[in-house]
Design a protein around this ligand. Structure first.
Ligand code: AGP
Length: 612
């Protein structure tokens, strides 16, 4: 949440980089943005409420020009969405700061600084960083590194910060604790960013900072870096392989649309590891065979859509690998009295790899002695895989739309692969069965492409949904998490209130909501629970509810008054939840189009949730 950028460019105007980088980071938060640039002997700041484009226009109009600067796109935590609360925050015209994260003890710090004579213009926690650094800077004779070091020692919480001073034309100081921050190296230019997407148009050479790092930067790179123990350290420079094209819209109108349509490719890329290398533990890390051999159960921790993929994975892990699997929302687990089991494998699932609750849940599990961990993640080198014993990356490519789509279906591919791998190791999956699973995986991208062809029919349904205020999603068994995901997608990007239930639960309460104004989406493929689902649908029809059924050809549904049916081409066996996710994604996307909401940047949300 919140995106930060910064640059020292010996020969170029930093404003070009700052605005381009902020636009690429806008998915992290987009209620306001700002830049602070050292122009001559003063800091010039431009801030605007709304999208980065508005701020960029204002900066261009003002003719802001300089060689060192910082920028920020905000997702509000402390204080409303106003210009005074937008970053960068400046103290006494001397120090400018951008910050991602939360300073938990900001109230105490604010009181301390007020008693020292500082006045506050914003309601943010960040302003305490600006004043605190300035205070130290003036006390220590204008040593920016030492000032940031002394200020950071006072803060509790999470932060990634970039700091410049009006009288230092060559250097910037950055610090990281719990929030992502990287340094990127060009030709006599050095950049900072919350993630690599902001810099790859300028350079691919990057170094990720570690928690506790404080670094002094100049145009030639890192001048000095101290780690969390105050020791001099170096960070490895890597070449990012992220393609610029994956960050561009291309022929699509929205990233969500693009990312939905990229799924056949993303799934094929992710499945490759199992198709080429077989269902072997080594796919998850060199020590995975030994780790998997010693576990007696699995705990999966995740948030949001990643939590729903975990719920789906539980079905496969228990039915294919016969291993007891428990799934928990990370933000709940981390505050619960947990009975630790050192023989349990802790799996974290996250698109971004930097969701704070998931990260903290992993750390909590580790602190209880649960040492075996596996991360399923989409962003290379992000925090979660770095803290985990084993990792398998989804190969979805950059996911920019706030609503997760291809990350979800590729997570499912990895979970399925894990279930078969463990099933083989535990003697529940024989060679022939493994070959059948391989074939299912191989055919999946093609089947998904067929589902994409249903888009016009789904878009027509979406017109009807766009007029509604509520919707119910029903599924049973392994398709219940698909219903949950469908409801989340719809509420997230259309603001229509949507709930999901296992269809059998309907008569235990939610049926009371059903009338002619309640569209009910049913995920009803041809599986062993289909007859039960059909009975549940009767309960809806009998109350005048309108049913929108996603079934496959084998389900044998016919349309009738109040019952609309879209058929996916054929039943794809165990992988049916992946296939049936596509229609609910398309339904939400088209309903958002019809309602005129911004599916890529829904109100109040941000892509990476790096705060509690
Ligand atoms: C899904 O559409 C969401 N925007 C959200 O629920 C997301 O899945 C959740 O915040 C977890 O993110 P992560 O996968 O990056 O950890």
């Amino acid at each position: 949440m919140c995106g930060i950028v910064g640059a020292i460019r010996a020969h170029h105007n930093v404003v070009d980089f700052l605005t381009d980088g902020l636009k690429r980071l806008e998915y992290r938060g987009y209620d306001s943005s700002g830049i602070a640039v050292q122009t001559g002997n003063k800091i010039t700041r431009v801030r605007r409420v709304g999208r980065v484009q508005l701020m960029e226009n204002a900066a261009r109009e003002k003719g802001v020009h300089g060689h060192i600067g910082i920028g920020h796109t905000r997702w509000a935590t402390h204080g409303g969405v106003t210009e005074p609360n937008a970053h960068p925050h400046i103290s006494g015209g001397l120090i400018a700061v951008v910050h991602n994260g939360i300073i938990e003890n900001f109230e105490e710090e604010r009181a301390r600084l007020q008693s020292l004579g500082y006045t506050f213009e914003s309601q943010t926690d960040t302003e305490v960083i600006a004043h605190s650094v300035k205070h130290e800077y003036e006390r220590n004779g204008h040593n920016l590194f030492a000032a940031v070091e002394a200020a950071c020692a006072r803060f509790h919480g999470a932060y990634a910060i970039g700091v410049i001073a009006d009288d230092n034309h060559k250097e910037m100081v950055v610090a990281r604790m719990g929030c992502p921050l990287l340094v990127a190296f060009g030709n006599e230019e050095t950049f900072i960013a919350s993630d690599v997407s902001a810099v790859i148009a300028f350079t691919r050479n990057i170094a990720c900072l570690d928690d506790g790092d404080i670094a002094l930067l100049n145009a030639n790179g890192i001048e000095k870096l101290l780690d969390k123990n105050g020791q001099a350290a170096e960070r490895k420079v890597k070449v990012s392989e992220l393609s610029l094209a994956s960050l561009e819209l291309g022929p699509y109108s929205h990233f969500m649309q693009k990312e939905i349509h990229e799924q056949p490719r993303a799934i094929a890329d992710t499945a490759e590891v199992f198709l080429d290398g077989g269902f072997e533990p080594e796919n998850f890390g060199t020590t995975a065979r030994e780790v998997f051999a010693g576990i007696d159960s699995i705990k999966i921790l995740a948030c949001g859509t990643s939590y729903y993929s975990a719920l789906t994975g539980k079905y496969w892990l228990e039915s294919i690998a016969k291993i007891p699997t428990d799934v928990e929302i990370a933000s709940e687990y981390r505050y619960r009295d947990v009975i630790a089991n050192p023989k349990q494998l802790v799996i974290t699932i996250s698109q971004s790899g930097e969701t704070l609750d998931t990260m903290e849940a992993l750390k909590y599990a580790q602190s209880l002695g649960q040492t075996h961990s596996l991360s399923i993640c989409n962003v290379l080198e992000s925090a979660l895989p770095r803290e985990s014993e084993l990792v398998l990356y989804t190969r979805a490519g950059a996911e920019i739309g706030v609503a997760s789509t291809k990350a979800f279906t590729t997570q499912l591919v990895v979970l399925f692969g894990l279930a078969v791998t463990l099933g083989k190791m535990r003697g529940h999956v024989g060679e022939e069965q493994a070959r059948a699973y391989t074939e299912e995986l191989r055919q999946l991208p093609g089947s998904i492409q067929h589902v994409m062809n249903l888009e016009p029919q789904i878009a027509a349904w979406a017109q009807k949904f766009a007029e509604k205020s509520n919707a119910l999603f029903l599924g049973r068994g392994i398709h219940y998490p698909v219903a949950l995901e469908g409801a989340l997608k719809l509420k997230e990007i259309t603001y229509i209130h949507a709930e999901a239930y296992p269809a059998g639960e309907l008569k235990h309460g939610p049926l009371a909501l059903v009338d002619e104004n309640m569209p009910v989406v049913v995920i009803a493929p041809h599986d062993k629970l289909l007859d039960k689902v059909k009975a549940n649908m009767q309960e809806v029809s009998a109350r005048g509810g309108e049913l929108f059924v996603f079934a496959d050809l084998d389900s044998n549904f016919t349309e009738s008054e109040g019952v609309h049916v879209i058929r996916t081409p054929r039943h794809v066996g165990d992988l049916s939840p992946i296939l049936h996710t596509i229609p609910v994604q398309l339904l939400s996307y088209h309903a958002a189009l019809a309602r005129g909401t911004d599916g890529d940047k829904p109100r109040n949300l941000a892509k990476s949730v790096t705060v509690e």
